[in-house]
Design a protein around this ligand. Structure first.
Ligand code: SF4
Ligand code: SF4
Ligand code: SF4
Ligand code: FES
Length: 960
């Protein structure tokens, strides 16, 4: 049965001021004679709203601290003089409030008269008509006339700022309520806006009175959201008019998993509005989820299935039936010729849980092997391994909200303000409240520059030395007696702890001994370790700077050791928290996409779980793990792996050592690519199956806090089929029967077979808004904080984490270390964001280089630089930056032509094969032409887009 989520049943209502800090006490009062009981500290405005009484307001809104500037919310309070503002007046026991009488009505009309006399009278043609609080309030206070006339001094000629591609600032409509300024400070934490001038001359100014685009504004949209007038307005609404209906769904970009209302006109998305009841984002957003949705209707979208016999031939557009049959026939022929194990499938962390589940099921049933893998292989597979070994569950331990109880926040190898922006804003809020910050990163990240966030400790370690650093911190903890002995005695395995204690005490792990390895001064490491261990609540957040190393799994276990030793597990404000890059990295791992695990991390060698799947699916499942992605590439080059089905993943751009990947893909006899666009992988495909965007399907994503969020269809699938339907058709054509009629049925099957999902249903997701797994008989509404009482493996386990240097070393030929990362405006391989106005901020990948290294090589800002590693070479433009330490260069990987992964090597994590993206020895020099790979890439780009008979997407700036 299909459940439609009705946002009207949710509390998506503006109560005027935020909820008070909980004291456990309540207060009874009367409002217009009605008895009301509310928590102590509640404002009169909010108390009235809770009681269903709407007091007019303009400068107040319930996600910002009350400001008390407009005076529209004035009320009469028995026994008090004057007419106090209800937004800044807290309730008091026995208080009697009158919200409406002639006195307050007159005051409110006077206030509105002043506003309206300096406001354009273009309501009927205004883009906010019907969605304007000023208009609403004029009606609410009964304003019928303006006595001051409209001819006096006013701001009606003020210039518009149209510099931002997504919203316009029309100062003529500004009522200087400062909601935008406060939203930028309190919600986003950027402090880009101020009110300039005084009295009548007050205006909103961005930065140092610049255009929005030239200021520090990061285009999160919080000010647009907060503005009660049409002053700050989405360009899409200005162009298309007000939306008419909305559907609540989940952002398909990063692992924060923000909830949005897709506000629609027919089947067109007019705007994405962050959903107030979204339990991961509480009504906030970033530039990607808020504005960068235009890719879904970009002309580059694939709209019809296509096939070809050879990758040097043009595509033939065919029916879905013909494409699916063609793919199935080829897979069967390959298996008949090369054996059952000669084919496999790759799922994507961009797809829904239901889609990922179906792909691995197709591989294990219709293909008949375990050759299934996911792009999580190349990002967080060490998290799965490391946390399973130590804490017994392959997932982060907290909710995002838990950070608001943290006293010391440790961020390792992550850049939340760019890669997880909404959580980055939450982190900044906590830092402004006084929490301490420790950042372990080769680069100085923006979190260290949090306005009003205090001085953080930056541990600028050399790339590849994480394990030595975390061991040094643990050494300080045990040798200085900072461990939590009670927690260790009650919650951890005693024998393993004793062995670990003896190991970590060894002098070779001391900050003094490791200083030479990490480059971080010993005293700084000691200071950081003491701060974390003594803080009360210490919380660790980490990203790909931890996992994408040859010792990624070791480092994850080192982090868990540190948290266990200090008792920072099992309550709010603490924990070990992997920040997952893509929207559904957690989910794609949960769904059994790895070759060694069935859904719910049940190993294929375990007879019980395997039998349950065999019975449910009616097939025998191999009890040996299948091929991982890098094994598939090697086997393809060796000639034993010939067919691959890739759903929603661009392995040719995102996997390391591009030339090796290209060789593997060229060796396949059948590559089936299901995607939105002709991506880099699709250029090697024989079958192209159009994918559906997140707006075109139902399902669920699971975010970095294990939160399962509903994805709801808001428009029909462009090519007629949702992704899960295509996988089902392929299974059926291969002779394995699947007959789901809706993704809800797939979720029901997942719940039946996956212990941590046992009680998950779409109905419950609709009722609760979201659910954090485990959700089962023991935790019927989910589990916000993990390991509160015990661990799934009983006791917490300490693991010996010896530091083993990577084999990727600098030498005279390759004297610099390259590390890679993301930036705010682009997402992953950029296939989506490059097809939006986010290009305005980052239309190419730059090579950041320290002035010292640049000077040594005669490199100036903007020079084209040849970047060479042991794996290959490419050419990028230089940006001189002191964010890097000398000896380290940095780039992003959002643009195919930049070839960042031509440079990265085959080195990988010892336990999971997660590539060592973060450490590549390189040399840089000024060059005058693109690399040989780039020239081939450009030729291939032209050729393959020519085969598609469509204009190619513009290539990014490249040296010609
Ligand atoms: S731009 Fe909007 S939110 Fe900001 S001060 Fe003006 S009216 Fe208020
Ligand atoms: S869009 Fe966000 S960052 Fe930019 S001014 Fe508005 S609130 Fe601040
Ligand atoms: S990209 Fe991430 S932080 Fe931004 S809106 Fe989407 S889920 Fe939220
Ligand atoms: S809403 Fe209370 S003073 Fe503006």
């Amino acid at each position: 049965m299909l459940h439609i989520y009705d946002p009207k049943t949710q509390t998506d209502r503006d109560l005027g001021t935020p909820p008070p800090v909980e004291t456990g006490h309540s207060v009874a009062l009367t409002i217009d004679g009605q008895a009301v009981t509310v928590p102590e500290g509640t404002s009169v405005l909010r108390a009235a709203a809770i009681a269903g009484i709407q007091i007019p307001k303009l400068c107040a809104t319930d996600n910002l601290d009350a400001f008390g500037s407009c005076r529209l919310c004035a009320v009469e309070i028995e026994g008090r003089r004057g007419l106090p503002a209800s937004c800044t007046t807290p309730v008091a026991e026995g208080m009697s409030v009158i919200t409406q009488n002639e006195r307050v009505a007159k005051l409110r009309r006077n206030v509105m008269e002043l506003y309206i006399s300096d406001h354009p009278l273009d309501c009927l043609t205004c883009s906010a008509n019907g969605d304007c609080e000023l208009q609403d309030m004029a009606g609410a206070v009964g304003l019928r006339d303006v006595r001051y006339g409209y001819e006096g001094e006013n701001h009606l000629d003020a210039e518009k700022d149209t510099s931002n591609p997504y919203f316009t600032f029309d100062a003529s409509k500004c009522i200087v309520c400062s909601r935008c300024v406060r939203a930028c400070e309190e919600v986003q934490g950027t402090f880009a806006l101020t009110i300039d001038g005084r009295g009548f001359d007050s205006t909103v100014a961005a930065g140092q009175d610049e255009d929005f685009m030239d200021s520090e504004c990061v285009s999160c949209g919080a000010c647009v959201q907060a503005c009660p007038t049409a002053t700050l307005m989405e360009n899409s609404v200005i162009e298309q008019g007000q939306p008419e209906h909305s559907v609540v769904t989940t952002c398909a970009y990063c692992g924060v998993g923000c909830s949005f209302k897709a506000e629609m006109k027919g089947n067109t998305v007019v705007r994405m509005v962050p959903f107030k009841d979204g339990q991961a984002n509480h009504g906030h957003s970033c530039v990607k989820g808020r504005f960068a949705f235009g890719y879904a209707t970009h002309p580059d979208r694939l709209t019809a299935p296509m096939i070809r016999n050879h990758i040097d031939e043009p595509w033939r557009e065919v029916s879905w039936e013909e494409a699916i049959q063609f793919a199935a026939d080829r897979i069967k022929a390959i298996q008949a010729k090369y054996g059952q194990d000669s084919v496999g499938g790759i799922t994507s962390s961009r797809c829904t849980n239901e889609e990922a589940y179906l792909v691995q099921k197709l591989v294990r049933t219709a293909f008949g092997n375990n050759n299934t893998d996911t792009c999580a292989r190349v990002c967080h597979s060490p998290t799965g391994y490391g946390l399973k070994q130590t804490l017994g569950e392959s997932a982060g331990t907290q909710t995002f909200d838990s950070v608001m109880k943290a006293d010391c926040i440790v961020v390792i190898g992550a850049n939340p303000t760019d890669a997880h922006p909404v959580f980055g804003s939450q982190l900044r809020r906590r830092l402004r409240e006084g929490a301490k910050l420790i950042v372990a990163d080769p680069r100085s990240i923006d979190l260290l520059k949090t306005p009003h966030g205090g001085e953080g400790i930056h541990l600028p370690l050399r790339p590849g030395t994480n394990v030595a650093l975390v061991n040094a911190m643990a050494h300080v903890v045990v040798t200085e007696g900072l461990e939590d002995r009670v927690f260790i005695a009650e919650r951890c395995d005693a024998g393993e702890y004793a062995a670990w204690n003896a190991f970590i005490r060894e002098e070779r792990h001391s900050p003094e001994a490791t200083e030479e390895i990490t480059g971080v001064p010993a005293e700084q490491v000691r200071e950081a370790a003491r701060l974390y261990a003594n803080a009360g609540n210490g919380a660790i957040y980490y990203g790909l700077g931890v996992t994408e190393h040859s010792q990624g799994s070791t480092m994850v276990m080192g982090i868990a050791n540190l948290a266990l030793a200090t008792g920072n597990i099992g309550r709010e404000g603490v924990g070990v928290n992997p920040l997952r890059g893509q929207n559904n990295v957690q989910g794609s791992c949960d769904m059994g996409s790895f070759p060694h695990e069935l859904p719910g991390y049940q190993h294929v060698s375990q007879d019980g779980p395997r039998k349950a799947f065999e019975d449910a699916w009616g097939v025998k499942i191999d009890n040996e793990p299948g091929l991982r992605i890098p094994n598939m590439f090697d086997a393809a080059i060796d000639g034993s792996f010939k067919g691959l089905y890739v759903q929603g993943e661009d392995i040719a751009q995102s996997d390391p050592n591009t030339q090796h990947v290209e060789q593997a893909l060229s060796s396949l006899e059948c590559l089936i690519v299901q995607d939105l666009f002709l991506n880099e992988t699709a250029k090697y495909a024989h079958v192209l199956l159009p994918g559906s965007s997140f707006l075109e399907k139902d399902g669920t994503f699971t975010n970095a806090e294990r939160r399962i969020n509903r994805v709801r269809k808001v428009m029909p699938a462009l090519a007629g089929k949702e992704d899960w339907q295509v996988t089902q058709d392929l299974a059926n054509a291969l002779g394995y029967r699947m007959d789901y009629s809706h993704p809800e049925e797939i979720m029901n099957e997942i719940a039946a077979l996956t212990p941590s999902f046992h009680s998950v249903t779409y109905q419950k997701l609709d009722e609760l808004g979201s659910i954090q797994w485990p959700c089962n008989d023991e935790h019927p509404n989910g589990t916000p904080i993990m390991h509160e009482v015990d661990f799934p493996i009983g006791k917490g386990k300490f693991v010996l984490t010896d530091y083993v240097p990577t084999t990727e070393r600098t030498n005279r030929r390759f004297p610099l270390l390259l590390t890679t990362g993301r930036i705010l405006s682009q997402y992953n391989v950029g296939a989506q964001t490059r097809r939006t106005d986010n290009q305005t901020w980052h239309d190419q990948d730059w090579l950041e280089i320290h002035p010292h290294d640049a000077e040594e090589r005669g490199i100036n800002d903007g020079d084209w630089i040849g970047l060479t590693s042991r794996a290959g070479n490419t050419v990028l433009q230089a940006k001189i930056s002191t964010r890097m330490q000398p000896g380290v260069v940095y780039t992003t990987f959002h643009h195919p032509v930049s070839g960042a992964n031509v440079i990265t090597t085959d080195n990988s994590d010892w336990a999971t094969n997660c590539p060592e993206y973060k450490v590549t020895a390189v040399q840089c020099e000024k060059v005058a032409k693109p690399s040989a790979w780039q020239q081939r890439h450009l030729e291939q780009h032209e050729k393959q887009w020519g085969f598609l008979k469509t204009n190619p997407i513009d290539e990014e700036p490249v040296l010609k």
